[in-house]
Design a protein around this ligand. Structure first.
Ligand SMILES: NC(=O)c1ccc[n+]([C@@H]2O[C@H](COP(=O)([O-])OP(=O)(O)OC[C@H]3O[C@@H](n4cnc5c(N)ncnc54)[C@H](OP(=O)(O)O)[C@@H]3O)[C@@H](O)[C@H]2O)c1
Length: 340
């Protein structure tokens, strides 16, 4: 019997979560039943949406229950299989949550290619859900064209990194928005954005107006807060906004920096904006197109990215809390077990 470890939701946060909202537990890994597979986690992905699962109440996905393992996607090694499609040693993406081991229905797993051009953990980041989110937002919602001015918020994060580089590859002029000079420097010098503004600047709205004198044609919205306030009044006529996330508000903070609703609606109306939200789980039909177009660009280094790696499952709560406040620089990951 394998003794496994997991992080469960101990209590629901009020406002910003704290370490007390999480609890480490040991458990005996059950044997896999028919059609099931036993897994050993190598990498765990931490993503802002997990903050929403800590709340009770109506949402697009069920809340994590008190005492339940925190939701999450992992890259794992198959250790035992009762599904003919998998054998021990296979590497898979699975949704077993913040856990060192788990048992999953084989049908819920995605096998990783054996001729991996990219490191394993990239299937949780640049070649995983965040990368696909950027691809769908830039191509399908924003339909970015050459010559357009495109603003990307959380520009150096998992989604923003890819969204900005894809928009650049289409010939757009890309303005990133990120927290602090180091991240902004990276966006321009490494990711190739045309410029990058610091969302902590009190003059962000004026800086945005100067950066986009003819208006913003496309906005990839990841944050809300003061960035949305700076963008909304500077949108160009017939501009589009893809609403991907609003991380500035997930902890119930920064509502004072939000643009008033009458300002938002006035801009939407008078500038004839198209504003569209999307949730990536509706769009997995685009995965093959994404991997075939972007996979080679990641493999040959055309697409650049950064990762922030925390070692050890026990440190996942700290890494998660830090990420929500911008402590990550690129995709936030936890190394849970040794590479196979
Ligand atoms: N719609 C979907 O299906 C979907 C899928 C994936 C992700 N998302 C959303 O996309 C967004 C980015 O996700 P990600 O995984 O790429 O995370 P990420 O950008 O790697 O990490 C979150 C980043 O948010 C930024 N942030 C935190 N507080 C902020 C504030 N008050 N104002 C401005 N920026 C702030 C921080 O960057 P700075 O240091 O630059 O502030 C932080 O690094 C999130 O809103 C997420 O929920 C949506």
């Amino acid at each position: 019997m394998t003794t496994a470890h997991r992080i469960v939701l101990a209590s629901r946060p009020k406002g910003a979560p704290t370490a007390d909202n999480f609890r480490h537990e040991s458990f005996d890994l059950p044997a896999p039943g028919a059609g099931e597979v036993a897994l050993r986690t190598v990498w765990l992905s931490l993503d802002p949406y997990m903050r929403g699962r800590m709340n009770d109440g109506p949402s697009y996905a069920a809340a994590t229950g008190i005492g339940e393992v925190m939701t999450g996607e992992v890259v794992a090694e198959v250790t035992e299989s009762h599904d003919d499609a998998f054998k021990p040693g296979d590497l898979v993406q699975a949704r077993i949550g913040w856990a060192s081991h788990g048992v999953s229905a084989g049908a819920d797993l995605r096998k990783l290619p054996t001729d991996n051009p990219a490191p394993l953990q990239s299937y949780l980041g640049i070649l995983g859900m965040p990368g696909l989110t950027a691809f769908v937002g830039v191509n399908d919602l924003l339909e970015v064209q050459s010559g357009q001015t495109v603003v990307i918020s959380a520009a150096t994060g998992a989604v923003g990194t890819m969204a900005g580089q894809l928009a650049k590859a289409k010939g757009a002029r890309v303005i990133g928005v990120a927290g602090g000079p180091e991240k902004c420097d990276f966006a321009v010098k490494e990711l190739g954005f045309d410029l990058c503004l610091d969302h902590r600047s009190p003059a962000l709205r004026d800086e945005m107006a100067m950066a986009a004198p003819d208006g913003i044609d496309r906005y990839f919205e990841n944050v809300g807060g003061s960035t949305l306030s700076a963008v909304i009044g500077n949108m160009a006529e017939f501009g589009r906004i893809a609403v991907c996330g609003m991380v500035a508000w997930y902890n119930g903070k920064n509502t004072d920096t939000a643009p008033p609703l009458p300002v938002v609606w006035r801009n939407v109306l008078t500038k004839r904006l198209r504003v569209e939200g999307f949730l990536i789980f509706d769009r997995y039909d685009r995965l093959d197109a994404f991997l075939s177009e972007v996979g080679p660009m990641v493999a040959d280094g055309t697409i650049k990215y950064r990762e922030t790696v925390m070692d050890g499952l026990d440190n996942a709560p700290d890494a998660f809390l830090s990420m929500l406040e911008g402590g990550n620089f690129g995709k936030q990951l936890v190394r849970v077990g040794d590479d196979p």
